[in-house]
Write a protein of this length. Structure first.
Length: 177
Protein backbone atom coordinates (compact mmCIF):
# COMPACT_ATOMS: atom_id res chain seq x y z
CA UNK A 1 0.00 0.00 0.00
CA UNK A 2 1.63 3.24 -1.07
CA UNK A 3 0.60 5.68 1.61
CA UNK A 4 2.27 8.46 3.50
CA UNK A 5 3.90 10.03 0.50
CA UNK A 6 2.10 13.37 0.77
CA UNK A 7 4.34 16.37 0.52
CA UNK A 8 5.02 17.79 3.96
CA UNK A 9 4.26 21.37 3.02
CA UNK A 10 0.69 20.50 1.96
CA UNK A 11 -0.10 17.80 4.49
CA UNK A 12 -2.24 17.98 7.61
CA UNK A 13 -0.09 16.15 10.15
CA UNK A 14 -1.82 13.64 12.43
CA UNK A 15 -1.40 14.53 16.09
CA UNK A 16 -2.31 12.99 19.42
CA UNK A 17 -0.01 9.98 19.21
CA UNK A 18 2.14 8.74 22.06
CA UNK A 19 4.43 7.28 19.42
CA UNK A 20 6.53 9.87 17.68
CA UNK A 21 5.31 10.77 14.21
CA UNK A 22 8.01 12.05 11.89
CA UNK A 23 7.87 15.80 11.57
CA UNK A 24 8.83 17.47 8.32
CA UNK A 25 11.96 19.49 8.47
CA UNK A 26 14.65 20.37 6.02
CA UNK A 27 14.94 16.68 5.03
CA UNK A 28 11.26 16.60 3.88
CA UNK A 29 10.61 13.08 5.24
CA UNK A 30 7.11 11.74 4.55
CA UNK A 31 4.74 12.45 7.42
CA UNK A 32 1.69 10.45 8.43
CA UNK A 33 -1.30 12.59 7.47
CA UNK A 34 -5.04 12.43 7.90
CA UNK A 35 -5.25 11.81 4.14
CA UNK A 36 -3.12 8.68 4.62
CA UNK A 37 -5.48 7.42 7.33
CA UNK A 38 -8.54 8.20 5.16
CA UNK A 39 -7.02 6.31 2.24
CA UNK A 40 -6.27 3.27 4.43
CA UNK A 41 -9.86 3.39 5.76
CA UNK A 42 -11.27 3.57 2.21
CA UNK A 43 -9.18 0.53 1.19
CA UNK A 44 -10.33 -1.73 4.05
CA UNK A 45 -12.05 -4.93 2.95
CA UNK A 46 -15.35 -4.29 4.73
CA UNK A 47 -18.38 -6.57 4.85
CA UNK A 48 -21.04 -5.41 2.38
CA UNK A 49 -23.69 -6.52 4.86
CA UNK A 50 -25.61 -9.76 5.02
CA UNK A 51 -29.12 -9.20 3.69
CA UNK A 52 -31.79 -11.44 5.23
CA UNK A 53 -35.26 -11.56 3.64
CA UNK A 54 -38.37 -12.99 5.30
CA UNK A 55 -40.25 -15.01 4.23
CA UNK A 56 -37.18 -17.05 3.24
CA UNK A 57 -36.44 -19.13 0.14
CA UNK A 58 -36.77 -16.22 -2.30
CA UNK A 59 -40.56 -16.17 -2.35
CA UNK A 60 -43.01 -13.53 -1.07
CA UNK A 61 -46.57 -12.43 -1.74
CA UNK A 62 -47.86 -9.35 -3.54
CA UNK A 63 -49.24 -6.76 -1.07
CA UNK A 64 -47.60 -8.62 1.82
CA UNK A 65 -45.08 -7.05 4.22
CA UNK A 66 -41.75 -8.59 3.25
CA UNK A 67 -39.26 -8.24 6.11
CA UNK A 68 -35.63 -7.17 5.59
CA UNK A 69 -32.76 -7.08 8.06
CA UNK A 70 -29.01 -7.50 8.32
CA UNK A 71 -26.77 -9.24 10.81
CA UNK A 72 -23.89 -6.86 10.01
CA UNK A 73 -24.02 -4.61 13.04
CA UNK A 74 -20.70 -4.72 14.89
CA UNK A 75 -17.59 -2.62 14.28
CA UNK A 76 -14.64 -4.07 12.37
CA UNK A 77 -11.23 -3.29 13.86
CA UNK A 78 -7.92 -3.78 12.09
CA UNK A 79 -4.38 -2.57 12.77
CA UNK A 80 -2.28 -1.52 9.78
CA UNK A 81 1.18 -0.05 9.51
CA UNK A 82 1.43 3.36 7.89
CA UNK A 83 4.91 4.91 7.61
CA UNK A 84 6.19 2.47 10.25
CA UNK A 85 3.43 3.53 12.67
CA UNK A 86 0.81 1.05 13.97
CA UNK A 87 -2.60 2.57 13.16
CA UNK A 88 -5.76 0.93 14.45
CA UNK A 89 -8.79 1.55 12.23
CA UNK A 90 -12.35 0.90 13.36
CA UNK A 91 -15.25 0.86 10.88
CA UNK A 92 -18.78 0.94 12.32
CA UNK A 93 -21.96 0.34 10.28
CA UNK A 94 -23.88 3.62 10.51
CA UNK A 95 -26.44 3.63 7.69
CA UNK A 96 -28.14 0.87 5.76
CA UNK A 97 -29.67 1.54 2.34
CA UNK A 98 -32.21 -1.06 1.34
CA UNK A 99 -32.66 -1.48 -2.42
CA UNK A 100 -35.88 -3.44 -2.90
CA UNK A 101 -35.33 -4.25 -6.56
CA UNK A 102 -38.47 -2.49 -7.81
CA UNK A 103 -36.99 1.01 -7.97
CA UNK A 104 -37.79 1.78 -4.31
CA UNK A 105 -35.11 2.34 -1.66
CA UNK A 106 -35.01 3.46 1.94
CA UNK A 107 -32.14 4.35 4.27
CA UNK A 108 -32.11 3.65 7.99
CA UNK A 109 -29.70 3.77 10.88
CA UNK A 110 -31.09 0.55 12.28
CA UNK A 111 -30.31 -2.91 10.90
CA UNK A 112 -33.90 -4.17 11.01
CA UNK A 113 -34.90 -7.27 12.95
CA UNK A 114 -36.12 -10.81 12.46
CA UNK A 115 -39.81 -11.69 12.53
CA UNK A 116 -41.98 -10.75 14.41
CA UNK A 117 -40.33 -7.31 14.85
CA UNK A 118 -40.89 -6.19 11.21
CA UNK A 119 -38.99 -2.90 11.47
CA UNK A 120 -37.84 -2.75 7.81
CA UNK A 121 -40.57 -3.95 5.44
CA UNK A 122 -41.58 -3.48 1.84
CA UNK A 123 -44.72 -4.43 -0.05
CA UNK A 124 -44.35 -5.50 -3.68
CA UNK A 125 -47.35 -4.26 -5.65
CA UNK A 126 -46.97 -6.54 -8.66
CA UNK A 127 -45.99 -10.13 -9.15
CA UNK A 128 -42.59 -10.63 -10.70
CA UNK A 129 -38.92 -11.27 -10.13
CA UNK A 130 -36.93 -8.75 -8.09
CA UNK A 131 -33.27 -8.39 -7.05
CA UNK A 132 -33.11 -6.63 -3.64
CA UNK A 133 -29.74 -5.68 -2.13
CA UNK A 134 -28.19 -3.84 0.79
CA UNK A 135 -25.59 -1.08 0.88
CA UNK A 136 -23.83 -0.49 4.20
CA UNK A 137 -22.24 2.87 5.00
CA UNK A 138 -19.46 2.87 7.58
CA UNK A 139 -18.09 5.66 9.74
CA UNK A 140 -14.59 5.34 11.10
CA UNK A 141 -12.18 6.25 13.78
CA UNK A 142 -8.49 5.58 14.29
CA UNK A 143 -5.71 5.69 16.82
CA UNK A 144 -1.97 5.71 16.36
CA UNK A 145 -0.26 3.25 18.67
CA UNK A 146 -1.75 3.67 22.16
CA UNK A 147 -2.93 7.21 21.40
CA UNK A 148 -6.51 8.44 21.72
CA UNK A 149 -9.29 7.54 19.29
CA UNK A 150 -9.95 10.18 16.63
CA UNK A 151 -12.75 10.44 14.06
CA UNK A 152 -12.02 9.80 10.40
CA UNK A 153 -13.90 12.41 8.35
CA UNK A 154 -16.22 11.00 5.69
CA UNK A 155 -17.73 7.56 5.21
CA UNK A 156 -17.25 4.44 3.11
CA UNK A 157 -20.22 2.70 1.45
CA UNK A 158 -20.05 -0.96 0.45
CA UNK A 159 -22.68 -2.31 -1.95
CA UNK A 160 -23.79 -5.87 -1.32
CA UNK A 161 -24.84 -8.44 -3.91
CA UNK A 162 -28.42 -8.77 -5.09
CA UNK A 163 -30.61 -11.68 -4.05
CA UNK A 164 -33.36 -13.29 -6.11
CA UNK A 165 -36.90 -12.68 -4.85
CA UNK A 166 -40.14 -13.62 -6.56
CA UNK A 167 -43.44 -11.97 -5.62
CA UNK A 168 -46.46 -14.13 -6.38
CA UNK A 169 -50.20 -13.69 -5.97
CA UNK A 170 -52.03 -16.00 -3.60
CA UNK A 171 -55.35 -17.44 -4.74
CA UNK A 172 -57.90 -18.17 -1.99
CA UNK A 173 -59.62 -21.50 -2.27
CA UNK A 174 -62.63 -22.71 -0.27
CA UNK A 175 -62.19 -26.18 1.06
CA UNK A 176 -65.06 -28.28 2.39
CA UNK A 177 -64.70 -30.42 5.50
Amino acid sequence: MAVGTAACSAAEVVTGSEIGVAVCGDDQQPTLTLADVQQAFAELKLDPGTLVIQPPDGLTLVNFKTNFYTTTTTPTTLTVTLLDQPVTLEATPATYTWHFGDGQTTSTTEPGAAYPALTITHEYLRKGDYRPSLSTTYTGRYKIGAGPWQTIPGTVTIDGPTQPLRAIEAQPKLVGY
